[in-house]
Ligand binder design. Structure first.
Ligand SMILES: C=C(O[C@@H]1C=C(C(=O)O)C=C[C@H]1O)C(=O)O
Length: 363
């Protein structure tokens, strides 16, 4: 069994440059571990290449040579009981390989300029929704332990999917995300439409939602219905209802369905990802708009992570409430859906609240 005392083993695996993932499913105490000790993870250039494949996948928002889809092909299913640290285990090796993501010195000014740029197509009715996000890089203390932070996140976020993933190509990613992209097995599959955000009220789920949040979530739900429909899938739908994500609440609809061919999960992912929960509508224009106007590289934030196995169990989540850990710094990421009616201060505060998911466990 993996317990929080194992944090130093996890930290050593990172220093040794091993490709591995640890994750914990919402509402479940088991911590899963998979490591590829031989060879290097597969690099894929399209979602459809995931058809028939299994392993732990980390996929970016925008596939490029710098950020390919990385598929860990594990040959080791148990966390080593103990591990020998050698003088070669050198943090500087990975320090050079992963230049940190530099955030804007005056972040609020950059966000404000982006907000106004994003509002143009929304106000003109060219776009219905656009997700604007940002990154914030902070110095990290010398004693920072990714292993320890992972176990803290598991304890604190029981309703989220908590993961830690390291590969030499992606660097260290960790998060506690509330959003399923695709999960299931056999003839029981599931996705969600998750959007709309507010803080918990006295630690409890709020049940009243304003029109902007409803509309934002409805756009995602309609999109999912339509995309599934193109495969002839008519899902069973539940919601929208209020769902918890750390200190925040979202509106959520569940979609349950069977698949015509479980070996074609890549085709379905290609249809769904990126959903308007992280991109926008109409999808393709929103995607291009974000790449051109957001002003930074989302990297693996708002991509997806998780275990994929067409003949076993699959648990893929949207990579939100996450951070990328570098040698001396860590970078937090967060975004929110903008509609024509969005207000700058509210949206900015929402990104702060979302970043707090990871920030709160570092304090
Ligand atoms: C984009 C993020 O979250 C997404 C956007 C939401 C919104 O706009 O209200 C809510 C949940 C997520 O689908 C994020 O956490 O960075």
């Amino acid at each position: 069994m993996i317990t929080k005392d194992s944090y130093h083993i996890i930290d050593t695996l990172i220093r040794q440059g091993r490709s591995f993932a640890l994750w914990r499913i919402p509402g479940n105490e088991t911590i899963h571990f998979r490591m590829q000790s031989y060879g290097t993870p597969d690099l894929l250039g399209s979602y459809t290449e995931l058809n028939g494949r299994s392993g732990f996948v980390i996929a970016p928002f925008h596939i490029s040579d710098k950020h390919p889809i990385v598929l860990i092909q594990p040959d080791c299913m148990d966390l080593p009981e103990d591990i020998l640290e050698t003088p070669q285990d050198n943090i500087e090796v990975f320090q050079q390989a992963y230049p940190e993501i530099v955030s804007y010195e005056n972040e609020k000014a950059h966000y404000t300029a982006c907000f106004h740029a994003f509002q143009q197509p929304l106000l003109r009715g060219i776009q219905d929704k656009l997700v604007l996000s940002r990154a914030k890089t902070n110095p990290k203390s010398a004693s920072f332990s990714p292993g320890k932070v992972f176990f803290q996140a598991c304890e604190r976020y029981i309703y989220s999917y908590v993961y830690l993933c390291y590969t030499p190509l992606t660097g260290i990613w960790m998060g506690g995300t509330p959003e399923i992209l695709l999960a299931g097995e056999g003839n029981q599959w599931q996705t969600v439409a998750l959007a709309g955000t507010q803080r918990l009220k006295n630690g409890k789920l709020p049940h009243a939602w304003d029109q902007k949040n409803w509309q934002e979530q409805q756009l995602v739900a309609t999109y999912i219905r339509r995309q599934l429909g193109t495969l002839g899938i008519v899902p069973k739908e539940k919601g929208p209802y209020s769902a918890r994500a750390g200190e925040l609440a979202h509106l959520k609809s569940d979609f349950r369905f069977t698949l015509p061919d479980n070996q074609k999960l890549g085709d379905l992912i290609n249809l769904l990802h990126p959903t308007p929960a992280v991109c926008g509508l109409p999808k393709e224009d929103a995607y291009q708009f974000i790449l051109q106007h957001e002003g930074y590289d989302r990297s693996y934030y708002s991509g997806f992570i998780g275990w994929i196995s067409p003949s076993g169990h699959t648990d893929l989540y949207v990579n939100l409430r996450c951070m990328n850990i570098h040698a001396n710094t860590y970078t937090l990421f967060a975004g929110g859906g903008l509609l024509a009616s969005s207000k700058l201060e509210e949206e900015w505060n929402e990104t702060e609240d979302k970043m707090n998911t990871m920030r709160n466990i570092l304090e």
